[in-house]
Design a protein around this ligand. Structure first.
Ligand SMILES: Cc1cc2nc3c(=O)[nH]c(=O)nc-3n(C[C@H](O)[C@H](O)[C@H](O)COP(=O)(O)OP(=O)(O)OC[C@H]3O[C@@H](n4cnc5c(N)ncnc54)[C@H](O)[C@@H]3O)c2cc1C
Length: 307
């Protein structure tokens, strides 16, 4: 296992302990402000406006995942419906992301599908696009089924995410081709065992480019969601060399990560979106950001030491 992945694995396992959660929740406010737009929809929309002024479009994401009761799933759905309705009244952004486990996927696939269907019925006629985030590997199969089922029901303003660290992803991509998916390609943010995922960063990066090029060759729309300057440069080079039009792909970033690069790409004429998370349930999201970047752990440790 490469050092970065060993670090990630360590952070994600420790972050699950209640004591650690309590400490981070009280002492990592600075980090939360960097990565999370706020606790309310109003704060998220304000962040979206600021991005738009820089030519970067927002993807609104109500934080929340792995719910344990139907009531919780329905409550999240209600808030997502509010979000969709409020986006419908604005010229932009018209884009939300959500996690299937936020809508009760772990309780029942039928429940998640029903709640998603209701969201899409509101979103599609209002021109709001809905992206299903991809969670950890035990949820991949069900998420793919959800996506395919919704497409078979005739919904079109829905997309999904593929993760280059999973061995299975190339086969998933081939299986998805008949659905002409609007894809977001990521490296993958979870702790995955060596039986299902590459453990070497170089292989994950190589796979990211391989899958992205394959999807573009097949004529799919691809959102390259990475902050990695080397991969972004290669996507720019490849799309130019192959004559892929700028409308055929985009770059996506996370709120608070490399904002200068986001703005620069937008100025160069690329379509750029930033994922703007908001809500009270920010802890799991924040731990994945800490796990991606050792510097963030140092910031947390410094604040614990009162620095
Ligand atoms: C829009 C978007 C949506 C995503 N959706 C999903 C999803 O649905 N499922 C999923 O599993 N994963 C998702 N991810 C996360 C993704 O899988 C990676 O964990 C994350 O993007 C970090 O990988 P990287 O490609 O940026 O490359 P890395 O190799 O991790 O990083 C490359 C460089 O980017 C910068 N960087 C990376 N992360 C950070 C950070 N947290 N803070 C500051 N700088 C950083 C650093 O300069 C680093 O050297 C999403 C990412 C984005 C951008």
């Amino acid at each position: 296992m490469s050092l970065d992945l060993a670090y990630r694995s360590f952070v994600l396992s420790v972050a699950g302990r209640k004591g650690v959660e309590r400490l981070i929740k009280t002492r990592a406010r600075g980090l939360v402000r960097r990565y999370v737009a706020g606790e309310t929809l109003e704060e998220a929309l304000k962040a979206a406006e600021a991005l738009e002024e820089k030519g970067v479009h927002a993807i609104l994401d109500l934080l929340g995942e792995m719910v344990r009761s139907e009531g919780e799933a329905r409550a999240f759905q209600g808030q997502i419906l509010d979000l969709v309705r409020s986006l419908a009244q604005r010229p932009w952004p018209k884009y939300v992301s959500l996690k299937p486990s936020q809508l009760g996927l772990d309780l029942s696939e039928g429940l998640a599908r029903e709640l998603l269907r209701e969201i899409l019925k509101e979103a599609e006629p209002r021109g709001v696009f809905v992206r299903l985030d991809m969670e950890d590997s035990p949820r991949v199969e069900a998420t793919l089924r959800l996506y395919k089922g919704l497409r078979e029901e005739g919904f079109s303003q829905v997309g999904l995410v593929l993760q280059s660290y999973l061995f299975r992803t190339e086969k998933d991509l081939w299986d998805l081709l008949p659905y002409r998916p609007n894809l977001r390609l990521v490296k993958g943010a979870y702790r995955e065992p060596k039986e299902v995922a590459f453990q070497d960063k170089r292989l994950i990066d190589a796979e990211f480019l391989h899958l992205g090029k394959l999807a573009l060759k097949e004529g799919l729309y691809v959102a390259f969601a990475t902050h990695d300057p080397r991969l972004i440069a290669e996507v720019k080079r490849y799309t130019k060399a192959m004559g892929v039009p700028r409308e055929g792909f985009e770059f996506q970033f996370l709120y608070g990560v490399r904002p200068e690069a986001q703005r620069r790409l937008a100025q160069e004429g690329y379509r750029v979106r930033a994922y703007v998370p908001y809500g009270k349930d920010w802890y799991p999201y924040l731990t994945r950001r800490i796990a991606e970047r050792p510097e963030n752990l140092f910031l947390v440790l410094r604040s614990l030491l009162g620095g």
